[in-house]
Design a protein around this ligand. Structure first.
Ligand SMILES: Cc1cc2nc3c(=O)[nH]c(=O)nc-3n(C[C@H](O)[C@H](O)[C@H](O)COP(=O)(O)OP(=O)(O)OC[C@H]3O[C@@H](n4cnc5c(N)ncnc54)[C@H](O)[C@@H]3O)c2cc1C
Length: 290
């Protein structure tokens, strides 16, 4: 069976929008194809008329600092992100997440936009972006707009993007100053299938011995990428002592909804191992701040 009829490779966002408006439907974007081609071949995605290759769209391949933000285009492959000095400086959690995704061959083609648009609650790049307070730039026929990162997700594998009408252009991240740091860690089966058993990203701002501000993301901690906002509330304004950690961890457990996934881990197992992962990631982030 033919899985698609037309393959389009626009060079600009306006050409891509033109294709979304006029090419035979159904139409779907393809970036690295590391998720989508398997889904098409294995029948998890119905055949389409048109694949819209977003890899050559100039606006979506930029990785640059503009003003007080870091912009990472949706079509930037994760190996370029993992080796970027700008990302290492301003978004270390994202460097660490991208460096752990799959193996070198997949990292050469897999993109951050594809990682996010697939809307899986434990995708490594997604969890790092959530802790880093990213905003997504989304393009449609009526123009581009920025949306808070969490608004991209409706449920496991379901993004809020209008199918065949919208593209993620890229992600805007605030720059990091010397009182701020981030860290990403994960627990993975040896020879594991694609996604981790559990991952965690933390960003924090430190004022002497106090956590001035903090963001914590855990995957999978629910049906959509999960921010542990109640644990953040416990930690904000406090020093990092054992008792504070215990209270924050209780708040995290009360808010998270761990899931059982057939090929990775049970909800009970995730609940059992999350303490060590959370503590390790939090302490590493804390120690990174001068
Ligand atoms: C062997 C293997 C190991 C893997 N290991 C990991 C891992 O360790 N961690 C992890 O998180 N993931 C892993 N993955 C999953 C996958 O590689 C990543 O999620 C990758 O980042 C997907 O990006 P892509 O460019 O290949 O997306 P594609 O497969 O091209 O697209 C995925 C989805 O996103 C949509 N899409 C793509 N770009 C856009 C855009 N700009 N705007 C709107 N929609 C868009 C597509 O239509 C499709 O629905 C693994 C996959 C494989 C095959």
């Amino acid at each position: 069976m033919t899985l698609w009829q037309n393959y389009l490779q626009p060079k600009t966002l306006s050409e891509a929008m033109d294709a979304l408006a006029n090419a035979p439907r159904p139409i779907i974007p393809i970036a690295g194809g590391t998720d989508l081609l398997l889904d098409l071949e294995q029948g998890r995605h119905s055949p389409v008329q048109t694949l819209l290759d977003v890899n050559s769209i100039e606006e979506m391949t930029r990785l640059e600092i503009t003003g007080d933000e870091l912009f990472i285009g949706a079509s930037v492959p994760v190996n370029r992100i993992a080796t970027s000095p700008e990302v290492a400086h301003h978004a270390q959690a994202l460097t660490e997440a991208c460096d752990l995704i799959a193996g070198p061959q997949v990292r050469n083609v897999a993109t951050l936009g594809g990682n996010v648009a697939h809307a899986l609650p434990a995708a490594d790049g997604t969890i790092a972006l959530l802790a880093l307070d990213a905003q997504a730039e989304v393009a449609s026929l009526s123009g581009t707009r920025r949306i808070p990162f969490q608004e991209l997700f409706l449920g496991p594998g379901k993004s809020s993007l209008k199918h065949g009408e919208e593209l993620i252009v890229g992600f805007h991240l605030p720059l990091t100053n010397s009182h701020q740091a981030s860290c990403f860690k994960r627990i993975m089966r040896p020879q594991g299938v694609a996604l981790p058993i559990l991952n965690c990203a933390v960003w924090l701002e430190r004022e002497n011995d106090i956590i001035k501000d903090i963001r914590i993301a855990i995957g999978p901690g629910g049906g959509t990428p999960f921010r542990a906002t109640q644990a953040e509330d416990v930690l904000r304004g406090k020093s990092l002592h054992e008792a504070t950690f215990e209270s924050a961890f209780e708040a995290l457990l009360a808010q998270a909804q761990f899931r059982t996934s057939a090929r990775r881990a049970s909800a009970d197992y995730r609940q059992h191992i999350v303490s060590g992962l959370f503590k390790d990631t939090l302490e590493n982030t804390w120690q990174r701040v001068i």
